[in-house]
Design a protein around this ligand. Structure first.
Ligand SMILES: [Zn+2]
Length: 221
């Protein structure tokens, strides 16, 4: 087996609703928000871990294509295992590498300004109530930290193409995962409307992908 090349998919992840990807419990500060988001340890800016993006695309593709009911699939032979890697019997190296997605320059500036003006630290705090079904009463509201709607991140997916790979099939499979993700949600609380995202200005090796053009008449709001 020979590695022929890397195919690079790039673009912007645009948050149509607030996005919440939880941070580690160890990051909890005393007196801080209970449900804080993941941030870069030095800049303290929110980012989308590549593992979150990849994991969500993988699970959606599994729902659709994988014959296995195990979660995650480890059959080692379906397209998901083949391209995204399997935990059990891996026959070939993982093809899909997803980088951490950092804030775009523009979003950094907007959120920096918001930090000075209103003290929000690259995120908003939303109070969420849980409603008790039988009484209709709200349980004590919890503060939830999330990245505000309209925020954008630069993403990059690198695809390893080996000599025996069908390039078009590999690319199409990943694009399908991206489309499924747009119909679903990223991060947590998708059932409350969080995490609706759109991939914009997507390029493959520098070539714009028509179905992901921002002006393609998609679901921009
Ligand atoms: Zn599998």
């Amino acid at each position: 087996m020979r590695l022929e090349k890397h195919i690079i998919i790039r673009g912007v992840i645009h948050c149509l609703s607030g996005l919440r990807i939880g941070g580690a419990k160890e990051q909890l500060e005393i007196g801080g928000v209970e449900n804080n988001i993941i941030r870069h340890p030095l800049t303290k800016q929110p980012y989308i871990p590549g593992s979150s993006l990849k994991g969500k695309m993988r699970s959606l593709l599994e729902y659709k294509h994988s014959p296995n009911t195990k979660d995650p699939c480890d059959c080692g032979s379906c397209n998901v295992c083949e391209y995204f890697g399997s935990f059990g019997l891996t026959k070939a190296p993982t093809r899909v590498l997803v980088r951490d997605a950092a804030l775009t320059k523009n979003s950094q500036e907007i959120l920096q300004e918001a930090l000075f003006e209103s003290g929000i630290h690259f995120a908003e705090i939303k109070m969420e109530n849980a409603i008790e079904r039988n009484t209709g009463r709200a349980r004590s509201p919890r503060p939830i930290e999330r990245v505000p709607a309209g925020t954008e991140f630069n993403f990059e997916i690198s695809l390893r193409k080996f000599d025996f790979d069908d390039e078009q099939a590999l690319v199409d499979f990943v694009l399908e995962g991206m489309k499924l993700l747009q119909q679903d949600y990223l991060g947590s609380s998708g059932g409350r409307g969080y995490g609706q995202i759109e991939f914009r200005n997507v390029t493959i090796d520098g070539q714009l992908v028509d179905s992901f053009r921002h002006d393609a008449g998609g679901n921009d709001k």
